[in-house]
Design a protein around this ligand. Structure first.
Ligand code: GLN
Length: 624
């Protein structure tokens, strides 16, 4: 081998290593399960449906779908096989949504039977034990047939397809094969008819059931179907809302107690993930709010569960501690910041006397920033934290910007707490919601009309509003129509009357209507504005507000440093200001150096104050 090809071989093998090394750990783990369990050839193909014996016993596919819609796939994850009993969980879901739980529960129980899936035994009151065994599943198809008639199968096929995120077909051969031989199921159906559980058209109901069992899926499909259950009924790949969230809990319950036939108790003890298997060799397992797993390997154990599929589920659960009862949480992490306004203020610049009131009354405003999904325990913790400072701050700002959802139980506790606080005079200000926010809707369902609750989209607006309340309550409300004199400008402090008069001669009084844009980012910066009446907002072109300013304050002062405007300034109200051209100021400064020195010093002091505030904010947030 010459030097160049030797070198490229080394590079190749490094690249391969890198490729493997950057594989996500879950993909690597599933790959190692596949490698290891492929060697297990135990178990046997289901043969009571003759067509199933044509399956290839070496097929082995694994797929995991996450609730954010990522799909991992290993081996024969795209080989189609018949869904069989795995359909039972999803058809039960459809029956619940279509007929309502009362009608479904009147016909089918939810007790584990402890018997094989094809047992003909019913409960003492002649109902199928649960919808995960054949009797219950046939009853379920019967219920759907009651509503949909001849369209029942098509409705089921479409629903299974929505769970999988693609249109599914039937395997005609398997369907015909089971129809020709399925006398045991036929006996179960007629027995159910005898007890009026299956009401009419027994053959048509059986046909619906046989056909639903022969729908073709892949391990990948099963993973996405499971992930839809794990994701509260919303398919994480397509975004389709397939079934209602409360239906999901009912389906997962019976999967937990009865999904693996007479192995269910052992399964929930060892694996602890709601699951359902089928004699086609498929298993679905759904871990709520985490992942969906789909496996395919057609050799079955004596219970009718896929041998390799079971092993994958057991290994995954053991390796990553996924047992659904094995959970831990620290509710204390749900508050990321808790402060009053001594270190953080709104972006609205205040007059000195306003500032003084805010400094004295800084603990009248409490801000709590929360993070993560808030459940019952997290909200309980928050309500206790709220009570730990007495007296309560009269203005309580609760920032939900980093809260993706609040559970119904949490929302109820929260609403009750806001009502109690409202009764003792605390105004709650909720922030951080987009319009149409689900979190906000869930909270308002439990907030009584009498509560004192206000709502702002942005935290900064909420702080500004709360500051206004404090200033107003303590007699410091500023009249923004009052005209101020240039000597009140912070930037011009220490200038003599004469010097100010000279400066005024160079300037022009400007008037703007509310809503007018006074300066725009990117424009040449060659003047400073001193506000005499009204309010302006300094905003980035994106609309983010940097500051709100009123009489006695200036804007455009950065022109002394930067020759281009860095932000837009808008008139919030009718505005009057004095515009001082910068070139004149510079010329004037050259004639009277002390004046330009004063202004430069004042500017430096202003910038330093802004920096101190910005640092305080950074420091506060990073200390949590
Ligand atoms: N169609 C099959 C039957 O009714 C389904 C059984 C199963 O997958 N466990 O027997």
């Amino acid at each position: 081998m010459d030097a160049i090809s030797a070198r490229s071989t080394i590079i190749d093998s490094r690249a391969r290593q890198r490729g493997y090394g950057t594989q996500p750990p879950l993909q690597r783990f599933l790959q190692s399960c596949h490698d290891e369990f492929s060697a297990d050839n135990s178990g046997a193909l289901a043969d009571y449906i003759p067509e199933l014996t044509r399956a290839n016993p070496s097929h082995f596919g694994i797929s995991v779908a996450t609730i954010d819609g990522h799909v991992y796939e290993i081996g024969d994850s795209n080989v189609p096989f018949t869904i069989q009993s795995v359909s039972k969980a999803f058809v039960f879901a459809l029956a619940l949504d279509l007929l309502g739980p009362e009608r479904v529960e009147a016909a089918i129980g939810v007790e584990p039977s402890g018997e094989a899936f094809n047992s003909i035994r019913l409960t003492p009151d002649n109902k199928p034990f649960n919808p995960m065994v054949n009797a219950g599943a046939i009853a379920c198809s019967g219920l759907i047939y009651q509503v949909e008639g001849a369209n029942a199968y098509e409705r089921i096929r479409q629903t299974l397809g929505r769970f999988a995120g693609r249109d599914l077909d039937v395997d005609e051969q398997v369907y015909l094969s089971e129809r020709a031989t399925g006398n045991r199921n036929r006996a179960i159906a007629w027995l159910l008819h005898n007890y009026a559980v299956v009401q009419s058209d027994v053959d048509a109901v059986l046909d619906t059931y046989f056909k639903q069992c022969a729908v073709l899926v892949t391990a990948r499909d099963l993973a996405i179907m499971a992930a839809t259950l794990a994701n509260r009924g919303v398919n994480p790949v397509t975004g389709d809302h397939v079934i209602a969230p409360h239906t999901v809990a009912s389906v997962l319950s019976v999967m937990t107690s009865s999904g693996m036939y007479d192995y269910a108790g052992e399964w929930i003890y060892r694996v602890g993930i709601p699951a359902k298997s089928g004699v086609g060799g498929g298993i679905v397992a759904a871990l709520p709010s985490q992942i969906g797993l789909g496996t395919f390997s057609p050799c079955l154990d004596s219970h009718g569960n896929s041998v390799r599929g079971l092993k994958v589920c057991e290994a995954l659960s053991a390796r990553f501690n996924l047992h659904m009862l094995n959970r831990s949480a620290d509710v204390r992490t749900c508050i990321i910041a808790d402060y009053d306004i001594s270190s953080v203020s709104s972006r609205r610049s205040r007059q000195p006397h306003e500032q003084q009131i805010l400094e004295e009354r800084h603990d009248d405003i409490r801000v709590i920033e929360m993070v993560g999904a808030l459940n019952f325990a997290a909200i309980d913790y928050i309500t206790r934290r709220l009570a730990d400072t007495q007296p309560n701050a009269p203005l309580l700002i609760l920032d939900f910007r980093r809260v993706p959802n609040v559970s119904a139980a949490g929302a109820r506790l929260f609403g009750e707490n806001l009502t109690i606080l409202g009764n003792i005079g605390v105004t709650a200000i909720l922030t951080g919601f987009d319009s149409g926010s689900e979190v906000l809707k869930s909270l308002y369902a439990f907030i009584e009309k009498t509560s004192r609750v206000r709502q702002f989209q942005l935290l900064d607006d909420a702080i500004e509003w709360a500051e206004d309340q404090v200033i107003y309550r303590h007699g410091g409300f500023t009249n923004t129509v009052e005209t101020t004199h240039l000597s009140e400008q912070a930037l011009l402090s220490n200038l003599t009357e004469d010097e100010i008069a000279t400066l005024t001669r160079f300037s022009t009084t400007r008037y703007y209507q509310a809503g007018a844009k006074i300066i725009g980012a990117g424009e040449p910066a060659n003047s400073i504005f001193f506000i005499q009446r009204g309010m302006v907002s300094v905003k980035l072109p994106s609309g983010v507000r940097l500051a709100s300013l009123g009489p006695g304050m200036e804007f455009g002062e950065m022109a002394m440093i930067n020759r281009e405007r860095t932000a837009d300034v808008w008139a919030d109200t009718p505005v009057q200001c004095l515009e001082v051209p910068l070139d004149e100021l510079v010329d004037y400064g050259m004639l009277f150096p002390t004046i330009s020195l004063h202004i430069a010093r004042n500017l430096a002091a202003l910038l330093a104050r802004r920096l101190v505030l910005a640092n305080a904010k950074v420091d506060l947030l990073s200390s949590y």
